[in-house]
Ligand binder design. Structure first.
Ligand code: NAP
Length: 364
């Protein structure tokens, strides 16, 4: 029975998971990268972590900057860094033999198809989202929402039934919806629908007010929602071409939080985990720097391979590139970086589309 979990990344998502695990009797050891110490330093100064919102209380957390300790502590290693930080972490993991370990990337964003494919690891799992909607607030952890369900998929599906039980214990309170492949998981990360367009279409307001407004409640208005739906339709067409029955962004969000919204604007104004979220202070935020290169660029590449018109997604990427000066098509998770450049359409569908796997089928 799983009793210890290692967590790489000491930001709000990793801290919320660690606090939740400890309250369920599972010990957590957290890794903070030496070049990214801000939260770890605050935690050390405060001694304990104060948690408020949908989770309440104080937690004592163990922190390390030594990856060897993380590997020795548990055979389950959760990566809770933004996907833009996964490569840095990979460099730290590379020297170790991880054949008895499972890495769980929250979220994955096709992490397992990048250079990760080159490390010696038992399995890599990817989720579509972080289980928590959370922020750091003056050194304290504010948990705005805990998802009821998240999507998860494995690079290698040939695993034992016990494996699923172990993985479920890493996410107390969250129902895991097992997907056919990491591609289905990546297409279920609806942050790619929500974040870039909300940022882009509110760029003037973000920059003139330093983000002094509510990103969803005030920034997700009807025309923003219309543009988001155009991107969402392409996402669902890509999924359909693989043979997945993926639901709309609003339905996936409903699934996460047990809600029943039918309209994005209504959700933005009334959903508790969304309506109070403030805007980032500037455009240099992971809503752009993570979700454009590591979601939209890979969705765009998949659509092109499958012969789907991805012009709404391309439009967002091009506008973001014009606004930021960063060539995300080049630097993001394009087909080349995902090692899919020379894979044909039929190979792509055969490799990542629905397949019959005994243990998995019982969970779909
Ligand atoms: N928080 C949420 O509500 C939420 C909701 C949905 C999805 N997510 C996703 O969950 C993931 C983690 O979220 P989070 O809010 O905990 O993120 P975060 O605070 O931005 O980052 C998590 C930790 O990773 C560190 N980090 C950042 N870049 C790194 C790099 N290149 N190498 C090593 N460490 C690095 C950060 O350090 P520094 O801060 O010092 O850079 C921080 O300690 C992200 O992918 C996010 O998009 C979060």
């Amino acid at each position: 029975m799983l009793s210890r979990v290692s967590i790489v990344g000491a930001g709000p998502a990793g801290l919320a998971l660690a606090a939740d695990l400890q309250s369920h009797g599972i010990s957590a050891l957290m890794y903070s990268h030496p070049d990214h110490p801000q939260h770890a330093n605050r935690l050390r100064d405060n001694g304990r972590l104060r948690v408020s919102g949908v989770m309440e209380g104080f937690t004592d957390l163990e922190l390390t900057t030594d990856m060897a300790e993380i590997i020795a502590f548990s055979h389950i290693v959760v990566l809770a860094v933004p996907s833009t930080g996964q490569e840095t972490v990979l460099k730290e993991l590379k020297p170790f033999d991880l054949r008895q370990h499972t890495i769980v990337a929250i979220p994955g964003n096709l992490f397992s198809l990048t250079k990760a494919a080159g490390i010696k690891v038992g399995n890599i799992l990817e989720t579509n989202l972080s289980p928590y909607s959370c922020r750091m607030d003056d050194g304290k952890l504010l948990v705005l929402g805990r998802k009821r369900r998240i999507f998860i998929g494995a690079l290698h599906n040939e695993v034992s039934a016990d494996f699923y039980e172990d993985v479920q214990r890493v996410f107390p309170f969250v129902e895991l919806k097992w997907c056919h492949s990491v591609v289905e998981v990546c297409l279920s990360n609806v942050n790619g629908v929500f974040h870039p367009l909300m940022m882009l279409m509110n760029a003037g307001r973000i920059e003139s007010t330093a983000g002094d407004f509510l990103l969803y409640a005030e920034g997700l208005t009807r025309s923003v929602a219309n543009a988001m739906q155009a991107v969402d339709r392409v996402r669902m067409q890509i999924a359909a071409a693989f043979g997945f029955r993926l639901r709309s962004a609003v339905d996936i969000s409903n699934d996460c939080y047990g809600q029943r919204f039918t309209d994005l604007v209504d959700l933005a104004r009334h959903s508790p985990p969304h309506r109070s979220l403030r805007s980032p202070a500037d455009m240099a935020h992971r809503n752009i720097s993570e979700d454009v290169p590591d979601l939209l660029v890979c969705w765009h590449g998949l659509a092109e391979k499958l012969g789907i018109d991805a012009s709404p997604i391309r439009a967002v990427i091009v506008l973001v590139e014009m606004a930021t000066g960063v060539n995300y098509m080049e630097t993001g998770r394009n087909m080349k970086r995902l090692n899919l450049e020379n894979v044909s359409r039929s190979e792509l569908v055969a490799r990542f589309g629905p397949c019959l796997v005994t243990h998995l089928e019982t969970r779909l």
